[in-house]
Ligand binder design. Sequence first.
Ligand code: C5P
Length: 307
Amino acid sequence: MAKPIVLEAPAKLNLYLRVTGRRDDGYHELESLVAFAGFHDVLRMEPADTLKVTVDGPFADALTDPEDNLVAKAARHLAAELGEKPAVRIHITKDIPVAAGLGGGSADAAATLLGLCDLWSVDRSQVDLASIGSRLGADVPVCLFGRPAVMTGVGEKVRGVPTLPEAGLLLVNPGVMIATPDVFGARSGGFSRPLGCPDRIGGLRGLADLLRAGGNDLLGSAVSICPEIGVIVERLADLPGCRYAGMSGSGATCFGLFDDEGAAQRAAEEITHNGWWFMPTSLRSHGPFERQVAPAEEGGVRRPQGR
Ligand code: C5P
């Protein structure tokens, strides 16, 4: 019997996000610099007779039907591609807020695809995981890629960027779930020109300048749906040591960029607020990151890498 696979599924951050066009099918074309945060969901996959998905963790309740979420869909898609049955039990520990602009569902789906390839001994050159991923959701291909990247198209085109500077992050969410289609739907005005993320970003100051230039074209419509987002971005920007404050994806999670995790932690102590969710963490500046959960936690698991 194959050993269980236990993988991290790190939260995704859109450090900048420009809406550059709209396709005939309604999907929006984007240019977004994406990186991953130092906190994650955990997925445990083990052989079973049929597909079974269970969830625990602080945000488990937000997944009302685990058997019908992106993880289950990822398992079914991969199994169908292989002409097999999705015979696996998957347990998700949900630490990433749901519908929060952090790509939690996409990160989980990407980890599922990678983990199942390992569990089922799939030859990765025989399956196009990125293509399966892009059918599951616009953020899945970049989550499979698993290192800082610029994504374009509707998310299916992913280009790696050089190592980003080391940085701390303070993530803050007002405790409100926002549906991505609502935010795109509330958007008005024209489209942005792509920024063409440079190959040399430089230090933290260079990154902050780049993010200021890039912005997030969904911020205005997200604030129109949830005005607290505007308050959070302002509060973050005013914190000592904050180099840049913005919103990830379609919100509602906002982030402040700091010199290191310690600075982010100290800043978090200054803006305690009832009902807001806080996560001081760090930027995963390079990759592919290690997804395997430490053997001490989960006994001798194998070690799949990012694509
Ligand atoms: O692909 P995903 O499920 O993440 O997208 C959710 C919704 O967000 C889509 O149905 C679409 O309304 C909107 N979206 C978009 N353009 C993108 C990504 C998402 O319009 N590039």
